[in-house]
Structures are given as C-alpha cells and as structure tokens.
Design a protein around this ligand. Structure first.
Ligand code: DGP
Length: 112
C-alpha cells in the first residue's frame, strides 16, 4: 500500500517525532498552521474517520488519552485545538487517519 503516513510510521520517511509508542506516533506537521502543530496517527492503517469501528476504536481512545501528555510535554498550557479532516470535502489530503493538535495562537470558529 502506498501511504505516506504508513511510511512515516514505519520510519521509511523521516519525521520530527514528539511522542511514540507501540500503537501511535505524534510528529510535527511539515506545513504548520500554528506555532505548535502536531499530527497524531495510529500506526495501523485506518483510512479515515469513516473507518473507525468498535473493533479498532481502542487506538483512537488511546490517541485521545495521550493528547494531554503530548500537550503538557510540549509546554502547551493555555489550550489547544484538535482537528480531524474526513474526506476531500473536509480537506483530508492524506488518507491515513490523523488528528491535528494545534496550539500557540487563538483559533476562530468554525474555521481558521
Ligand atoms: P489533512 O489535510 O488533514 O489531510 O492533513 C495532512 C497534513 O499532513 C497537512 O497538514 C500537511 C501534513 N503533511 C503532508 N505531508 C507530510 C510529510 O511528509 N511530513 C509531515 N511531517 N507532514 C506532512
């Protein structure tokens, strides 16, 4: 399978890692949209949020259980935004489930 984030997860393509364990990887976004912009991915290939199921949702729970640790390790103390883009209409450019952790500036709502 030709998947950019699988290649990052298995080390074929380098990334700036901020957290890793046996299930998930967090690394810096190559095109940051905020002073802190981290991507958090499951190491297993899940294409997009439509493919989260009761069987694989444990890794998604693990991502969310780890987000506070990642934020604290980065010194993020005043809040953050988590984003998941699902599908082209939402701007998902990489078809491997990922969550954007962004911080360090104010964020508008619903966009920006
Ligand atoms: P999305 O648009 O939600 O699919 O987000 C994909 C993100 O992935 C986007 O913010 C840019 C980032 N990205 C794309 N290619 C690379 C890469 O090779 N390395 C890193 N670190 N980030 C990448």
């Amino acid at each position: 399978m030709d998947c950019l984030f699988c290649a990052i997860a298995n080390g074929e393509i380098p990334s700036t890692k901020v957290y890793e364990d046996d299930q998930i990887l967090a690394f810096r976004d190559i095109d940051p949209q905020a002073p802190e912009h981290i991507l958090i991915i499951p190491k297993q290939h899940i294409k997009w949020a439509y493919d989260i199921t009761p069987e694989n949702a444990g890794v998604v729970a693990h991502i969310f259980a780890t987000i506070p640790r990642i934020a604290k390790d980065l010194g993020i103390e005043d809040g953050f935004r988590i984003v998941n883009n699902c599908g082209d209409i939402a701007g998902q450019s990489v078809k491997h489930l990922h969550f954007h952790l962004m911080a360090g500036r104010p964020f508008g709502w619903p966009a920006g």
